[in-house]
Design a binder for this molecule. Sequence first.
Ligand SMILES: C[S@@+](CC[C@H](N)C(=O)[O-])C[C@H]1O[C@@H](n2cnc3c(N)ncnc32)[C@H](O)[C@@H]1O
Length: 418
Amino acid sequence: MPPVLPESVTATLDRLVPWPDDGTRADGPVAVDATDRLLLTEAAPLLAGLGRSRADDGDQAAGVDDVVVLGDRFGALTVGALALGAAGLRGHTDAVTAEWAIARNLEDSAATLGVGRPVRSFGALGPELLAGARLVLLQLPKSLAELTEIVEAVARYAHDDVILLAGGRDKHMSRTMNDVLADRFREVRATLGRGKSRALVASGVRPDARAAAPLYPVTERLTDSELLAAATPTSAAHGPDHVVVVAHGAAFAGATLDHGTRFLLSTAGRWPAASRVHDAVDLGCGTGLLATVLSRRYPDAVVVATDRSAAAVTSTRATLAANDLTAEVLLDDAGDGLADASADVVLLNPPFHDRTAVSTDAAHRMFATAGRILRPGGELWCVYNTRLRYRGSLSRAVGPTDHVAQDPRFTVTRSRKP
Ligand SMILES: C[S@@+](CC[C@H](N)C(=O)[O-])C[C@H]1O[C@@H](n2cnc3c(N)ncnc32)[C@H](O)[C@@H]1O
């Protein structure tokens, strides 16, 4: 019989909801998945062991600084680790929406968990998050770059004896993920699979990994012609001869120019004239290349960049700084915090995935935001995969929408706010 979670813990997990959903939508997300349950089952004896080692100090559970949870989706790992006896923990998750869901589920579980179990969340993979950690629970990210940055940070800052438990769905796991761990830990083994999920258990930080120079964030100098042309003010004879991009592991497209973004930039000659642009928005900013272009092309405009990903927002700030530019950069869900009728132009390359699942929900919410924040006569310029046929949705959310450019893969549209 494989080990199972105590019934009280399972009951606590069963009450979590995939906030902001309530969990009743048949095709909606689930609050606790098989990977969460597997990770918690593997963590249970380790948490108990940490508790025993603390018992000499009169403490009965894993200490507040022992446990770190990374990539929690809705709070299952956070609430589960507390329900298993952790006295508190530290956490980091990339999407601010996941942060909100974790906070909500923690609040709703407070009565069951008892008071005085601090959960501190951090926006960066730094020493504040990881110093001294002995057990790290990780929902494996989709991208190897994101995983590499996480594992680098664990190896650099956590306790020498740290155990990293990293779980994911079998179909999303690859041999290369083992290699990323094995480069930084002496021992890496896979647990038995359960419910199509599996965990990797890494221990024994390699001394050279602790001392190694970090690979992330990556900084590159881009000279793509579409990027340089779009970043040239219409009144100027010459534009920049390069644009610097800074990319944390979880940021979309890394330190390169995405094909869709390139296609959107190729239409810059038809974007509104500088005289009409006082406020410009990069909605879902990734590494901030569109915000950089907006700041360069419209030097007198106020530029706002926003994304729900902490890595994106940090990358965007670093990209802007590396290009000697300033803009307002906000961590937010679909630009919800932006004021009504506050923008003259919005650039958007909407997401097509939510973690590993194909989802257009966020794209539609971003169209609605564009419709709300544009001033009359303002324009949304959007690029998307041609087969998504967003034109009708864009017309409804914003206003009359033209196909400006199309190639076999991408479509660029302009939607005008009436
Ligand atoms: C296709 S990428 C485009 C990134 C960047 N604008 C570019 O062109 O390289 C989509 C971006 O939307 C962000 N995103 C996804 N869902 C979001 C949401 N609900 N609210 C805000 N940003 C979101 C992702 O984190 C990602 O950075």
